[in-house]
Design a protein around this ligand. Structure first.
Ligand code: NDP
Length: 325
């Protein structure tokens, strides 16, 4: 059948993206055919497009979405036509009106959660889940630091960490973004475009530093993020919105207080079906209980994916971004 998808045949800026007619086949063994209803935009999509994370070309794009199962391939159990499902996983190709997905990577969406929320809860939600519960276990009484607090990851991490009983310090580049972050769990927001965030974190923690820094900014906050950590604290470098980190010198971790460093990726924390169900299950429970709200502050028609990328990379967006097929 004919469908439409965003593709690129050379890496570069948002202008390399094209909206093409594509052929989608019948679902093979273990696959489902999805009529997509909403598609999540994530920073990683810009790394694939730009070539920072190389992909075989030409390529489709995107790894998050929600849709309705229209057909099942051989051997698919536990799903039926008409089920609403969501996913955040390889294979790449969610920027599309229709697509095939392995049934093993999709999760049923409960009736209380609408398609737009479902499409956007998966990648950033499951990332927040593993970062807060499994990379470093945030507990009541911890004071933690999260960079880019008003972004997609930032608004989710702030709400969820607060619900776990943490005092959350955030950073943001403007007063407007700081005000938004404060409505989403952050007790303190440092406007790092004009304030020294290391000095402010030290002041807030009375010189002690924080036990964990969640840093999706990368190059621009390195190595200052390390200076915010308490002795034996953990540096969680989970993204590179401003560019990748330079090679790490182990002495930087030693001299600053026997620090831990990790560079985690959602794929490794949701690779098995039990891990995927654990992670998605926690996200769904947090949404259903009202602890977590997915803030979709920008939506674009699918064919305008390039504009969504521009706005995300020019720091114009807050919260999460959706494409509508
Ligand atoms: P965001 O909505 O957070 O957008 C990125 C934000 O980073 C911007 O809004 C901006 O906030 C800040 N930023 C700082 N410096 C720059 C810069 N030079 N250029 C652009 N932005 C900058 O994006 P996401 O929520 O989608 O992702 C946040 C990070 O999390 C990304 O690095 C992403 O790769 C990572 N990630 C990692 C995952 C993993 O499993 N490892 C999974 C999901 C996301 P401000 O203006 O306030 O500085």
């Amino acid at each position: 059948m004919k469908a439409h998808a965003i593709r690129f045949s050379q890496t570069g800026g948002p202008e390399v993206l094209s909206y093409d007619e594509v052929e989608v086949g019948d679902p093979g063994e273990g696959q489902v055919l999805l009529r997509q209803t909403a598609i999540g935009v994530n920073y990683i999509d810009t790394y694939h497009r730009s070539g920072l994370y190389p992909m075989p070309l030409p390529s489709h794009l995107g790894q998050e979405g929600c849709g309705v199962i229209e057909k099942l391939g051989k051997g698919v159990k536990g799903f039926k036509a008409g089920d609403r499902v969501a996913y955040a996983s390889a294979p790449i190709g969610s920027y599309a009106t229709w697509r095939l997905m392995p049934a093993a990577r999709v999760i049923k969406v409960p009736k209380e959660i609408d398609d737009r929320t479902a499409a956007k809860m998966m990648l950033q939600g499951m990332t927040a889940e593993y970062l807060l519960f499994r990379t470093f276990k945030v507990k009541k009484g911890d004071t933690i630091l999260v960079h880019a607090a008003a972004g997609g990851m930032g608004l989710i991490l702030g709400q969820w960490a607060k619900a776990l009983g943490a005092t959350v310090i955030g950073t943001a580049s403007s007063d407007e973004k700081a005000a938004l972050a404060k409505k989403h769990g952050y007790k303190h927001v440092i406007v790092y475009s004009r304030e020294d965030f290391v000095a402010r974190v030290k002041e807030i923690t009375k010189g002690k530093g924080v036990p964990v820094v969640y840093d999706g900014v990368g190059k621009d906050t390195w190595p200052k993020s390390l200076d915010c950590l308490a002795t034996r604290g953990m540096m969680v470098s989970f993204g590179n919105a401003s560019g990748p980190l330079p090679p790490i010198d182990s002495r930087d971790l030693n001299l600053r207080g026997s620090l831990f460093f990790t560079r985690p990726t959602m794929g490794h924390y949701t690779a098995t079906r039990p891990d995927l169900e654990l992670s998605a299950g926690r996200v769904i429970s947090a949404i259903k209980s009202g602890k977590l709200k997915i803030r979709i502050n920008q939506t674009y028609p699918l064919r305008e994916a390039a504009q969504a990328h521009r706005d995300l990379q020019e720091r114009k967006t807050t919260g999460s971004i959706l494409l509508l097929p």
